[in-house]
Write a new protein. Structure first.
Length: 95
């Protein structure tokens, strides 16, 4: 499973599906909201080839002076680049 971080949307499921399709360059077969998320909405999207993607839409741009989307994506990208594979693979961030 991989992670897409999405910010500049209303969080409407159709809009999120369109943005994910644009980011990966292919159609999304289905998308469903997941429970939880304090500062974000999380979606499970399935590609037409059957692989799944987790997409997160963040409500706020600044928390304690930091952008939570950028902080999370940067941390995941750093860990992935260091060879850590026990985390979701960061794929894209739409800002």
């Amino acid at each position: 499973m991989a992670t897409y971080l999405i910010d500049n949307t209303t969080g409407h499921i159709g809009e999120v599906q369109t943005i994910i399709s644009k980011l990966i360059g292919e159609e999304i077969k289905s998308i469903h909201p997941l429970n939880g998320g304090g500062n974000n909405r999380t979606f499970l999207a399935e590609r037409t080839n059957g692989t799944r993607i987790v997409a997160k839409w963040f409500f706020r741009r600044q928390v304690n002076g930091r952008d939570p989307m950028v902080v999370e994506y940067s941390a995941l990208r750093f860990l992935w680049d260091q060879g850590v594979r026990s985390i979701p693979r960061p794929l894209a961030m739409d800002v």
